[in-house]
Design a protein around this ligand. Structure first.
Ligand code: SF4
Length: 328
């Protein structure tokens, strides 16, 4: 992978260089704390993680340029939708270390992680959807996590290497907004195991789309394929009269136009439906609760496109490596 992050200064020596974190260019760089401790040269954890995740067929990251666009809601319900398929096994990894909201959204806040002989056991949300989050390791949901890059990187390594994920069809990873230590760590640690791609969640306003362009640029710099862009909080469709109203006007053409100009897939728009927020507050699955609504119809269509992309990505990996993986 290319190893010059989007937010690095001009003369960045590269995050895998021996000088990473120590070069003159690194002084004042926001990534210095993590670059100075990340192992240089081949990190043995990359191979360990590759072995640990060898029975995980698909790995996808969920990104957003900004906070508050519904990324964690999307992640949780992507897992629920994938878990609705018969015999599927889905894992969710929450690496939004400073703002872990997935336990609440998935209705498992207050659960704790158990240690077994083969590692940390993830928390089961349903019979076939399991999850790991820093939220399970905190004494209270109100506890603030104030960690520097090195500690975050260490926890992400543990989540990937030491959690007993077993055989999964999909591992869906929720990341913090923007491009930060967590993203770099994920891309580096999953270098051997392979990532199918990144899904980028946004809202229609230009202020959110501007940050999505940076997110796409990050993906390109670290050679992370972009599955596509999801536009959340599209038009509000009244559940009573079914009339549509635009709440957040797409002043610059919205995510469709932005995706077209950036050469990435546009996966679809999710309408604004306040019942989704209520389901998330109550830890309920809106795909089941609001079945048949425009939001759920649009969501399922987006999930089908993501599955198609990942199946194709897996086939391409098999052809490149000559390895044959089990079919989904
Ligand atoms: S700290 Fe890391 S990202 Fe920043 S300039 Fe140095 S090597 Fe590049």
């Amino acid at each position: 992978m290319s190893a010059v992050p989007e937010n690095a200064p001009d003369h960045c020596p590269g995050t895998d260089s021996d000088a990473a974190g120590k070069a003159d260019a690194c002084q004042g760089c926001p990534n210095q704390s993590i670059c100075s401790v990340l192992p240089k040269g081949p990190d043995p954890a990359v191979e360990e993680i590759k072995q640990k995740l060898k029975n995980v067929k698909h790995k996808v990251l969920v990104l957003s340029g900004k906070g508050g666009v519904g990324k964690s809601t999307f992640t949780a319900h992507l897992a629920h939708a994938l878990g609705a398929h018969e015999n599927s096994q889905i894992g969710v990894l929450d690496v939004d270390i400073c703002g872990p909201s997935l336990p609440r959204i998935m209705g498992v806040d207050g659960e704790t992680v158990h240690q077994s002989g083969s590692g940390w056991s993830p928390v089961y949300v349903t019979d076939n959807v399991s999850m790991m989050s820093v939220g399970f390791l905190l004494g209270s949901p109100e506890d603030a996590v104030i960690w520097r890059g090195a500690k975050k990187s260490g926890l992400i390594k543990q989540f990937l290497r030491d959690v007993d994920w077993e055989d999964l069809d999909f591992l869906v990873v929720d990341t913090p907004p923007g491009t930060s230590d967590e993203h770099l760590s994920l891309v580096q640690f999953l270098d051997g195991a392979g990532i199918d791609g990144a899904i980028i969640v946004t809202t229609p306003q230009e202020v959110a789309l501007a940050d999505v362009r940076k997110e796409i640029s990050f993906c390109r710099k670290v050679s992370l394929p972009v599955v596509g862009v999801v536009e959340n909080m599209g038009d509000f469709i009244c559940p009573h009269c079914h009339k549509s109203s635009t709440i957040f006007p797409p002043t610059s053409g919205g995510a469709v136009k932005m995706a077209e100009s950036q050469g990435v897939n546009f996966l679809g728009t999710l309408p604004l439906d306040p019942r989704i927020a209520r389901c998330c507050d109550e830890g309920k699955n809106f795909i089941e609760e609001l079945d048949g609504t425009p939001a759920v119809v649009a969501f399922k269509d987006i999930v089908n496109k993501i599955v198609d992309f990942c199946v194709t990505a897996k086939k391409n990996r098999e052809q490149e490596t000559g390895e044959s993986m089990m079919e989904i």
